[in-house]
Design a protein around this ligand. Sequence first.
Ligand SMILES: N[C@@H](CCC(=O)N[C@@H](CS)C(=O)NCC(=O)O)C(=O)O
Length: 202
Amino acid sequence: MKLYFAPNSRAVRVAWLLEELELPYEVQKFSLGAREMREAPYLAKHPMGRVPALEDGEITLFESGAIVQYILAKYGKGRFVPEMQTAEFAAYLQWFHYAEGMIMPPMNTYVVETILLPPERRTEINVKRSVKLLGQMLTAVNTQLGDRNFLVGSDITAADFMTGHAVIMSHRFGIDMTATPNLLPYMERLSTRPAFIKADQL
Ligand SMILES: N[C@@H](CCC(=O)N[C@@H](CS)C(=O)NCC(=O)O)C(=O)O
């Protein structure tokens, strides 16, 4: 498998899973926003020129969540996914998709408005709204965690690779987490896993 990757991006989710499963993979590394991500050879792999994308033989796919589900279905041997007949499976799907559905949209706005746009084009109201929304999204994760170690069940699942990664990225971008105290030990649990450390340092 070949993973199209950039540090500090959603591609870490995929590398993290590949490391957890101890699967061999090759990495093509970009700097986020590099011109080659928008050139024809890479646009043939990902029409928006974004990361991650994955090649597996004849198959090429993008969208971090789809890639994670693909790898798990094909190579996961049941790991990191609750049994389909259990209630935990429904919760797993919900928290898996919460990352892209709920956390990343306000985080995108926050990053655009605080990092990517030149200062004269930033809008304070957009920053405030994204911080407020992110706070609401993270509060739901904080509540779900309560005193459990991971989002679903007693062990780590791919919902943590997705939503846990989004929580870690929110923290790294400077979102205040004093009102969501369960997130700090949760991030510590995730980010000290050897597989996360490897993926994060690619
Ligand atoms: N929903 C997509 C989002 C992909 C995405 O926006 N990736 C960002 C990095 S986290 C990217 O490649 N940005 C570079 C750019 O827009 O130039 C996924 O989960 O894979």
